[in-house]
Design a protein around this ligand. Structure first.
Ligand code: PGA
Length: 259
């Protein structure tokens, strides 16, 4: 049902980025709650911290994909603290975030590094969610499109080699909307999603048929529907609101109600 290696079966992907939060208990409780929902119309993906990945793969089997929040740009060796794509693959992880704005801002992740990480994931057939988005200053200076265009250049690494894969998810997350309680308006989000689609069509056409574009930034049950109603929004990447079982279930329920 949630096999990223095959075609998408659902209109929407709801992805939960737990960041450095959560616990073994949250893994168990969220998995149980989502399995009791018994829905088959949404693709769900949970991105817990590394230590919980193995348990999460088992707990969410048949309910949600499990993804990592980060992957090394290297394959193996003396890289203390890093985790390789093949290690993720070995424990059943099927997706990974790349280029999240917190990684970019706090850990110096560049577009070139994001490109190498995408290649490593592709080699393991792990589905990437490449995160892009502008800061408030960049928006005020009318640089949204140029910033996103540059961030998408990480995809050059994939189209250059043999690692080309057909399915790709991009998460548009305006930096000023992450964890701030502020959101882009649904129209603003749709406009940027359209731009992302145009870039992919023009520069990376092999990804176009399998492309999903998610919106992220302070999404919760109360505001998710207008985003999902936009024609170019294929789902959401949720941080804070994915840490409460009730809140996340409410959000998924809202998503199920979108026409
Ligand atoms: P938020 O985080 O929903 O807490 O704003 C989203 C994200 O950073 O992926």
């Amino acid at each position: 049902m949630h096999n990223y290696g095959s075609v998408y079966l659902s209109r929407y992907l709801i992805a939960a980025n737990w960041k450095m939060n959560g616990s073994p208990a949250l893994v168990r409780e969220m998995a149980l709650a989502l399995s009791l929902m018994k829905q088959a119309s949404l693709d769900l993906a949970i991105f817990p911290p590394f230590p919980f990945l193995s348990d999460a793969v088992k707990a969410f089997a048949g309910v949600a994909s499990v993804g990592a929040q980060h992957v090394s740009e290297y394959h193996e060796g003396a890289f203390t603290g890093e985790i390789s794509g093949s290690m993720l693959k070995a424990i059943g992880v099927t997706a990974a975030l790349v280029g999240h704005s917190e990684r970019r801002q706090l850990y110096g992740e560049t577009d070139a590094l994001a490109g190498q990480r995408l290649v490593n994931l592709a080699k393991q057939n792990i589905h990437p969610i490449l995160c892009v988005g502008e800061t408030l200053v960049q928006r005020e200076e009318a640089k949204v499109e140029s910033v996103i265009f540059n961030q998408l250049s990480a995809l050059d690494a994939l189209s250059d080699g043999n690692e080309c894969q057909t399915q790709l998810t991009i998460a548009y997350e305006p930096v000023w909307a992450i964890g701030t309680g502020q959101q882009a308006s649904p129209d603003q989000a749709n406009e940027v999603h359209e731009f992302i689609r145009r870039c992919i069509r023009k520069s990376y056409p092999s990804f176009e048929p399998g492309l999903r574009v998610l919106y992220g930034g302070s999404v919760k049950a109360d505001n998710v529907r207008p985003f999902l109603q936009q024609p170019s929004v294929d789902g959401v990447l949720v941080g804070g609101a994915s840490l409460s079982v009730d809140g996340f279930l409410a959000l998924c329920t809202e998503a199920l109600l979108v026409d």
